[in-house]
Structure formats: C-alpha cells, structure tokens
Design a protein around this ligand. Structure first.
Ligand code: SIN
Length: 189
C-alpha cells in the first residue's frame, strides 16, 4: 500500500536551523539528479546496507503492481558508498515529494572527502511503513523488478543505472550486482 510521508517529513527537522545541509543518496539519488545543489561529492556512511525491500507504487511500479526500490537496513561493519549533495533547504519540498512513498528523513554522519564528517540527512524507508515489501530471495526480487514499471520507467532500469554508477567508482554491492545479473538472465529467457 502506498504511504505518503510528506507531511511527517515536514515536521521532522527544522531545516532553517542548519548552517549547511548535506543530503546523502544511495539509490536513485546517485544517478538521477533532478534537483538543484550547491556542491556534490562521493561519500559513504557506516552501518547500513542497500536492499530492494521498499515498494514503489509511484515511480517504478503502480498501486496495483508495485515495483521494488532501495532502502537501507542496519548491518554492523558495513560501509555504504553514495553521493552527498550540499543543498539549500528549499529543495526538500521537491525531494520530500520525490521520496514520498514511505521514506522518512533521518540525520546521519556522512563521510566526505578529506576525512570530513558532517551530520547530514538521508531518506530511509523502515519496515513499519505501509509501502514496505520486505526481505525476499534475490530470485523473487529480480522477478518482481523484471515485471514492474511505473511513471518513472522500467523498474529494471533503476537497477541498471545504479549498477553502472557504482561500477564507475569501482564500488561493489553484491545485493545490487546479483539482482542485476538475474535481470540480465531474465531478459535472455
Ligand atoms: C536514495 O537514493 O538515497 C533514496 C532511495 C531512492 O530514491 O532510490
């Protein structure tokens, strides 16, 4: 079931209080940058891993046939590579709309270049949101992604574009790469 978080996110942080705001993207925010930003650099966060456990009823699927997109799950010792954007607080109107299906804004330490660590923001869809689909085998996930599409395009393109962006930076993510391989096999069958 779709779950609109826009009103909740507006109450979560007082964005006007930040001297500078950094946003960390780990999924489509890495490769689909349709918002204004002041600066951007590749970065990482600790303690989380990417998983295709969040339902997409609005971008890569439909309410009747949701696709699967990424969220993060806590995993000790894990490092998640992504992209950090320095943004103005006005941009969250657009970002909250884009990430509205189940994602809440959280504060997180972001590791930038030159050993700089900033307390930034991240969108995470947690297991208690109504659009959450949860854990499944990678074969099941790949099949669902293969058969899904929505207003933002084919669900499989979300995986392919992310995989390409990670490879460009020599980053390995087994969960993403295995699902990508299964999707390529499904395309051939
Ligand atoms: C993100 O990219 O950081 C959030 C999930 C998404 O929009 O794919």
């Amino acid at each position: 079931m779709a779950f609109d978080t826009q009103a909740i996110n507006k109450q979560r942080q007082n964005l006007a209080d930040y001297d500078e705001i950094w946003l960390f993207g780990y999924g489509s925010l890495i490769y689909k940058v349709d918002f204004d930003y002041i600066a951007s650099e590749y970065a990482y966060i600790n303690g989380y891993a990417r998983r295709f456990w969040q339902g997409s009823h609005d971008h890569r699927g439909t309410p009747e046939s949701p696709g699967r997109v990424l969220t993060l799950t806590p995993v000790q010792g894990e490092r998640c590579f992504g992209r950090a954007f320095k943004v103005n607080h006005e941009v969250f109107e657009q970002l909250d709309h884009r990430e509205k299906n189940g994602y809440l804004r959280h504060e997180i330490p972001i590791h930038l270049s030159n050993n700089r660590i900033v307390n930034g923001l991240i969108y995470i869809a947690s297991p208690d949101n109504a659009a959450y689909l949860g854990e499944a085998s990678i074969e099941y996930i790949a099949k669902q992604i293969f058969n899904s599409s929505g207003p933002s395009g084919l669900n499989r393109d979300y995986v392919y574009e992310l995989e390409a962006a990670l490879k460009e930076h020599d980053e390995v993510d087994e969960h993403v790469f295995q699902i990508k391989s299964l999707l390529k096999s499904l395309e051939k069958s």
